[in-house]
Design a protein around this ligand. Structure first.
Ligand code: GLY
Length: 438
């Protein structure tokens, strides 16, 4: 079976590794923005180009006789890549463009939740001009709002009062910036609590959940510094998270299911792919931060590293609408994922320097990201360089494994030592207890 993965970061490296582990006979192919040497090793053919160019990707897929495609990032989904591949007769993991609006338009996602009375919706208002913006910000109160661009802005479209915005002037300037980029504005109440990710496989008829994961957005230890694409993440042996109750998990799953059914009610098209709810546990219960229509990065690395099931069979069942819970098994292990990134990342990263991975003991759980191979040398390009997933019988033991391996990667790089440590996990638990008790 010829399988195509679109995208070339660590998430797609994890997808390729999971496919590669299948006992079925497969040939793997990649269409990415750059040549990732980790992916190239495992693929029969690899093309680097514009992954949002539907015509180019489809014609290459046809040339390679692709029988199944998996779309990694959100940008191709927004351009209708899934629609184009299905039209060409290629079953595809990743929702069609109209369904992917659940991620690509924040207003669409909020309006859908409102229309279908789905729980977990914060107060929000949409604006196409600056009219009434100041009034709504004042109504929400100083330090109590989040300003979002409606569409995709490469991770730069959200600013939070008190964290990135410290005055009304700064808030209004950010709104102007969004409008200048021809986007509309979504303003929401700020939520206080602990964030977590719940990703589900969707076969068009139902959702099957994956282990919950907590990501770490800030660049430096102690959740300090600028926001990043995600510096690392962890999951627990019971596939919940230490600061959540069973009722919290159930609430989040019900919200994902409600959104899945709302999309089905709005559009006569099956949602096939990943539905990823980004949630926050608050004093008042579980709220939705946003939805994504793809695997999370780094969350995909945690869950795919402990997927026991045959991922190829799982994907085949997904595109046929025949996925069964018995085909989705994760081992009862804890995982800790740590990214190593160039010095200066994310604002002013060093680029084009050699990275040495030779001291990494177990390469099975090493995932390459923003790197390139020149002759025999792997060069870092400037974004997140590589991630390592430690797997063990406790988060603490998984953290120690990840820490040893990620530290062994040589180059002018840094990572967060605190992700997955007992100290940070306890802080999360204590924070949640304080919030619930307040
Ligand atoms: N972990 C955040 C994301 O994938 O969007």
């Amino acid at each position: 079976m010829n399988i195509l993965v679109i995208g070339s970061g660590a998430r797609e490296h994890a997808l390729i590794k999971a496919l590669y582990r299948s006992p079925q006979s497969t040939s793997l192919f990649c269409y990415g923005t750059a040549i990732n040497p980790g992916i190239r090793q495992l693929t029969k053919h690899y093309c680097a180009g514009d992954i949002t160019d539907c015509a180019a990707v489809v014609s290459t897929a046809k040339l390679w006789n692709i029988e199944l495609a998996i779309i990694g990032p959100e940008a191709p989904l927004e351009k209708g890549m899934a629609d184009a591949l299905w039209q060409a007769g290629i079953p595809t993991i990743g929702p069609q463009k109209k369904l992917a609006q659940i991620e690509t338009s924040k207003e669409f996602a909020r309006d859908l939740m409102k229309k279908h009375h789905i729980a977990g919706l914060p107060r929000y208002q949409k604006f196409a001009t600056l009219n009434q913006v100041e009034e709504f910000l004042t109504e929400l109160g100083e330090g109590n709002y989040v300003i979002k661009a409606n569409g995709l802005m490469g991770g730069k479209g959200v600013k939070v009062a008190g964290e990135h915005l410290h005055s009304m002037t700064a808030a209004l300037n950010f709104c102007k910036e969004i409008l200048d980029k021809q986007q509309t504005i979504l303003i929401e109440e700020k939520l206080i609590g602990q964030e977590f990710s719940l990703m589900c496989f969707a076969d068009g008829k139902k959702l099957i959940s994956m282990p919950l994961v907590q990501d770490h957005k800030r660049a430096y230890n102690g959740d300090r510094g600028p926001n990043t694409g995600g510096m690392g993440s962890y999951s627990d042996t019971n596939h919940s998270l230490p600061f959540l109750t069973a009722a919290d998990v159930q609430e989040a799953l019900e919200i994902n299911n409600a959104v899945f059914h709302a999309l089905a009610a709005e559009y006569d098209a099956p949602y096939i792919g990943i539905l990823y709810g980004s949630f926050i546990a608050t004093k008042k219960g579980i709220y939705v931060i946003e939805f994504n229509a793809r695997f999370g990065d780094p969350e995909a690395l945690n869950v795919l590293s402990i997927l026991e099931s045959d991922f190829v069979a799982l994907c085949q069942a997904m595109v046929k609408g025949e996925l069964h819970t018995s085909q989705v098994k994760f081992s009862p292990k804890a995982t800790v994922c740590k990214y190593t990134v160039p010095e200066g990342y994310p604002d002013n990263p060093r680029k084009n320097f050699a990275v040495d991975f030779s001291q990494v003991g177990c390469q099975d759980h090493l995932y390459l990201s923003s790197v390139n191979q020149i002759d025999q040398q792997i060069m870092a390009e400037g974004s997140r360089t590589a991630a390592y997933v430690g797997i063990a019988d406790s988060i603490d033991a998984a953290e120690k494994r990840a820490e040893v391996e990620i530290s062994s990667i040589a180059g002018p790089l840094f990572h967060r030592e605190d992700i997955g440590t007992q100290q940070l996990i306890q802080q999360r638990i204590d924070h949640m207890q304080r919030i619930r008790a307040s």
